[in-house]
Design a protein around this ligand. Sequence first.
Ligand code: SF4
Length: 440
Amino acid sequence: MGDRSASSVTGHLEALFKKYDDVPREVVVKEDILREGIAPSRAALAHDPRHETYQLFSWDPSRPEEMEEQTAAISLPDILVLEGGQYSLRPVRVRPRIREKSAYALDVVNGGLAVCDRATSTPLVPVVPFPPEPECFSKAFDDGTLYREICGLECHIIAFRQCQYWGKQEECKFCDINENARVKMRLGQVKTLQPKKTDQVATVIEEYLVNQGIELTSHPYYRTGVRHVHLNGGTVTTSLQGAGEQEFYLNYVDAIKQRIGNRFPICVQTTPWTKEMEQMAYQRGVNVRMSNFEVWDSSLFKVICPGKSKYIGREEWIRRMLEQVDIFGEGNVCSGFVAGVEMGRPWGFKTVEEAVRSSTEGMEFFMSHGIVVRPISWCVEGLSDLGGQPLPPTDYFVQIDRNWFEIWLKYNLPPHAMFSGVGPGVNTYPNSGAMDMGLV
Ligand code: SF4
């Protein structure tokens, strides 16, 4: 669990390629970059600056005050597409998680961006040039709200950027949603914490997805990307704008469906609801459900997800997710696992073997019931309760990805509806290498 910032990454990567010769190199490189984070140079930040659009969490191991440029956290796009380079990688999509001490640098090389070995300044893999920014992203509503504040590049809508699981006794320990909102407000990087207006959400989606979507998705940066709406936000335990959690989120679904009909699926990411409520959500037009389970082990679930444990409970959460499959169908129900957090200190497993065994048991359970697990390789966000903790070694992440793929094949599951497909060069999900698994 050491810091490799001072030594070259190439020897480390090549040892992993040899050890995991049944795993595509794209998976190994991706997991190592996700684990290590990336340190952008000033030149890289100035090269083709973009606004990060999906900022519900910071996704950065470094806190803003530790960054060389405080705006670094919001100046890169949500996703870097890496292709070619020293290891002839097929396109692989990675979320740039900023960590100033990372062994990987993002720098400008020969007029383009590249991920480099920081110790030797050797370019490892070029970054595919960013696509043109969608025209509508520069537009604003009369109240000053920018379109791009409403809808992210992958049609990610952050309806509510806080979580009513509040404080250390309730917030998930790995999650920095509330602190991230406070810090971004303080730095002026976010204008308001008020929930998005339903009519504005519908307007932006219509313009972005319907009017510009096909043109955008033909760009190599996206390949098969944006063909859905992903509605996300924090949990509502009491009420928000006079509505309970379900009604609050379904109000957006109503507005979107009324505007653009059924052409694009809508995924709603919230806590799992009772069977009757899920049936109602389906009838109101929800196509896909995502209720993240986070960590499989029952004692760790209580400690790491105290709010989920208190308000719903582990067994009830599982029961409701199994019911979701009967309502929405296989491939349309997904659960995120924060892969690696089960090694978080002081409660977690002490060895990679125990941690991999536990999470693999959880993946097997859910996938055997038709729920596609989505591993989210743990980003130790600097603003979260676990900020600064050491990460599991890359071995852990590679083994989880390999096991995920074996289980996914075993149950002959479809890819999750929100992501393109499974395979190196195909997967569009940036936070884990699991869906980049396939032929070496
Ligand atoms: S439920 Fe947990 S992971 Fe989700 S937003 Fe709230 S605190 Fe974060």
